[in-house]
Every structure is written in structure tokens, then in C-alpha cells.
Design a protein around this ligand. Structure first.
Ligand SMILES: Cc1ncc(COP(=O)(O)O)c(C=O)c1O
Length: 429
């Protein structure tokens, strides 16, 4: 590691200087905790297609892809053109605009549960509203989430995120007892906990593929089992498809698993790289947010945000979904590349690694302590996470390949088989 640190420092001298200035001004030098890594993160000056370019002119093949939001790659031509045209007209109205209607028409056609939609500017806000809505609709207070589940920084869901899932994630959070946590892909274990809280259970929020906690797909049986319990007990199923929405197919993953969620949250891809969060759901559920015919005590007050449904996010989202809809082979191509990455990484690892993921998302886990499978966040956390960090850092400093250290990789339409081969090679060298 020492060698890679000095290699990194030698090639990122300008980044070091700028980051020193950043550290004077920003806590830890960053504005999103996960963007920091030792000795300092490189500073990006531009990005194109699959590449990031830093201020020292180093080029990196990017697998972080804007927090996995850029399925079409950086600066995609048609999205850029649409944005340019919008910027010519202006970029902030603070009023109703047609771009929002156009994006919603696309989303509602592709996502059956999206009978009514509200936009915000982050996934965090979307899940915050989802929780409030579930509590309003059911009149109950408890929200269950998954051990390791990540739904953004909302205080409502900032619990049981990091191993061993027992300590508070932050000071300053109150009423933590209203969030309970259940084990992923373990239906018996989850139902045991859910039964205890059934009376006051407003809803369960789940990522169909656990993202931040290890790139782990849920089994259909697990999700359907939780759904059955939730619906039997007059609670709601909230599916957080902020990562998975429009990632594996044109639409959400839930219809392919025969699920019937009440509320779905979207983000990332549907904003095409601009700030977005989406909360959508069945008409009768979303009707609780209606401020026209509901008293204060009955309504769920969930519409706000200066920049909600701003014309630039709506435009880049619309252009991105249009591009995905018009190029039906996109998903086959990137899902195949993901299969190839998982197969090749798995084949070459000689049992040292377990590779998880689905479609164009993948993650390597360095085996430790006799772990033989990674189907939940506990197993992912008990793998050698430092080895993964070091491995990602080595690829940054030595191979010109960027994964945010410790995080899963996302393949975009701009990546090629050759890129994957190079990444596999770098993993083995
Ligand atoms: C599943 C999931 N939900 C919610 C969020 C929060 O979204 P944002 O970072 O836009 O607030 C994320 C962010 O990575 C996420 O992965």
C-alpha cells in the first residue's frame, strides 16, 4: 500500500493542493461523507463517457458513475443537447412547467404503481416523505428497515446502517425506537421481528438490491413473504428503487418479481445526472398528500423544496429515459457486461473473492473468517472490507480505474468488454 500511496501522491499533486484548500473550508474536505478516502480524493475537472479526468490530467475509467446515476455515461450527447436548449430558455422557474409533465408521463407508463408522483431533489427527501406518508396513511408509527439498508441521511431511517447495526449511527437522532431493523433475505428472522411490532407497524422499506451494503439482490420469496405480512397487517410496503429503478430494465425491478408495493421511491437514473428524488404510489395512498380536501390533521404534508421539479432535472431525466426507451438493446448490453464481470472476477479469484450483484451492478468481497456466501449485509461487512478498500485504491493509483473505495461498480452503456477485461486483469495483478 505504501508504494501505491507514493505513486498516487506523485501523480495527483494539483489535487493535493486543491484538497488542502477544501479541507480548510469543508468538514473532512467533502460534502458527502463517503467521498473522502486516504490520503485525499483526487479532484475532478471533467468527465466524458466512461472517463473521469482529474486536475492533474489523469484519466480514470469510472465505475462509480456519479453515485451510479449515469447509466448513459458522463455527458451523454442527447442529454447534453436537451440541457443546453433548456438552459437557453432558463434553468429555474419555481413554477409549474411542462417538462415535469413529460417526465411523469414517461415514468407512469413504465412504472405501474406511479399513479401519482411528487418530485424532490434527492433520494433522501423521497424516502423521508415515503415514511411520513406511510405513517399518515396507516396511523401507525413504526417503520421497519433492513440491517445495512441505506435510504439516505433522513433521521427517520438513519439506523442499523453500519455493521454491527446495533449502535446509533449519529447523535442528534430522536425516537430511534420507532425504527426497527430486520435481516435481509431471512424471512423467518424478519417475520419474528415484524410480528412483535405488527400493531404499530406503518411500513417496511426495502431496497430490492441492497446497494451501499454490498450489492446484494433480494430473493423473490423474501420480498413476497415480507409483502404478504405487511399487507395482512394493514401496513405498507415501500420499495426503495432509487438505485434499481431503470437500472436493469426500462422501469422498476418490482414487476419482474411479481410484487405489489404501495409506495416506490426513485432517484439517480431518472434524473439523468441532475438532482432528483421521486416519490410515487397508488392513487389512494398518494391521495393522503392532497392539500385541497384533507384537513391538517388528516393529510400527509409531503410537497416542498425550492428546487423540486426544476426544469433542468426534469429535462435531463426526460432525455435520459427517452434515450433508454429508444435504444432497447442498452439493457441487454450492460446486463451482459455485468454477467461477464461477475463471471470473470469469480473465475479468477480462486476462492479469495465472492462477487455479488445483478445486471450492470457488481461488487467484490474479499473472503475472511470463513464466509462462504454474501446474501446479507452482515456477511458483506464481515468480509475483508479493508482489502477491498486497498484494492480499489491500488486501481486508482496504478491502473487508472475508479471505484469509490469500498463501493459497488456500475456499468454504463459507454463501457466495453475490453474495459471489463482490463478491470479483471487489474484485480488479479
Ligand atoms: C437505495 C438508496 N436510497 C436512497 C438514497 C439517497 O439518495 P440521495 O443520495 O440522492 O439522497 C440512496 C443513495 O445512494 C440509495 O442508494
Amino acid at each position: 500500500m505504501e508504494d501505491y500511496q507514493s505513486e498516487y501522491k506523485t501523480k495527483t499533486k494539483r489535487s493535493a493542493k486543491i484538497f488542502a484548500r477544501s479541507s480548510q473550508l469543508h468538514v473532512n474536505g467533502v460534502s458527502h461523507n463517503i467521498r473522502y478516502y486516504d490520503p485525499y480524493p483526487f479532484v475532478v475537472k471533467s468527465s466524458h463517457g466512461k472517463n473521469l479526468v482529474d486536475v492533474d490530467d489523469n484519466k480514470y475509467t469510472d465505475y462509480w458513475m456519479g453515485h451510479w446515476s449515469l447509466i448513459l455515461g458522463h455527458g451523454q450527447k442527447n442529454v447534453k443537447e436537451s440541457l443546453k436548449k433548456q438552459i437557453e430558455k432558463s434553468w429555474m422557474y419555481g413554477t409549474v412547467n411542462e417538462q415535469t409533465v413529460k417526465l411523469s408521463e414517461m415514468i407512469s407508463k413504465a412504472v405501474p404503481v406511479a399513479e401519482k408522483i411528487r418530485y424532490v431533489t434527492s433520494g433522501t427527501e423521497a424516502t423521508m416523505y415515503a415514511v411520513r406518508l406511510a405513517r399518515s396513511v396507516t396511523g401507525k408509527k413504526i417503520i421497519a428497515k433492513i440491517d445495512g439498508g441505506w435510504h439516505g441521511y433522513t433521521s427517520d431511517l438513519l439506523k442499523s446502517v453500519n455493521w454491527p447495526f446495533t449502535e446509533s449511527e449519529s447523535s442528534g437522532i430522536i425516537n430511534e425506537e420507532k425504527i426497527v431493523s430486520i435481516p435481509y433475505n431471512d424471512l423467518k428472522g424478519s417475520l419474528k421481528i415484524l410480528k412483535k411490532y405488527a400493531k404499530d407497524l406503518a411500513g417496511v422499506i426495502i431496497e430490492p438490491v441492497l446497494g451501499g451494503a454490498g450489492c446484494i439482490p433480494a430473493t423473490q420469496d423474501y420480498l413476497r413473504g415480507v409483502q404478504e405480512f405487511v399487507h395482512k397487517n394493514n401496513s405498507l410496503l415501500i420499495l426503495d428503487e432509487i438505485v434499481t429503478g431503470f437500472r436493469f430494465r426500462y422501469g422498476c425491478i418490482y414487476p419482474t418479481m411479481n410484487l405489489d408495493p404501495d409506495i416506490v421511491t426513485l432517484g439517480k437514473i431518472v434524473g439523468g445526472g441532475m438532482a432528483i428524488g421521486v416519490i410515487c404510489g397508488k392513487k389512494e395512498i398518494m391521495a393522503h398528500a392532497d392539500t385541497n380536501d384533507k384537513k391538517k390533521s388528516e393529510r400527509s404534508y409531503i410537497g416542498g423544496g425550492t428546487f423540486s421539479a426544476n426544469p433542468t432535472s426534469m429535462t435531463s431525466g426526460f432525455a435520459t429515459l427517452t434515450e433508454l426507451k429508444n435504444n432497447s438493446s442498452t439493457y441487454d448490453k450492460i446486463n451482459d457486461l455485468g454477467d461477464y464481470a461477475r463471471k470473470e472476477l469469480g473465475k479468477s479469484s480462486e476462492g479469495k473473492m465472492i462477487v455479488t450483484g445483478k445486471g450492470s451492478l457488481f461488487m467484490t468481497h474479499f473472503v475472511k473468517d470463513g464466509i462462504t456466501e454474501v446474501v446479507n449485509a452482515s456477511q458483506a461487512s464481515r468480509c475483508d472490507t479493508k482489502a477491498l478498500h486497498d484494492h480499489h485504491f491500488k486501481m486508482i493509483s496504478h491502473d487508472g480505474i475508479f471505484f469509490l473505495p469500498g463501493k459497488l461498480g456500475a456499468i454504463s452503456i459507454t463501457h466495453t468488454k475490453q474495459d471489463i477485461k482490463r478491470m479483471v486483469l487489474a484485480t488479479n495483478s
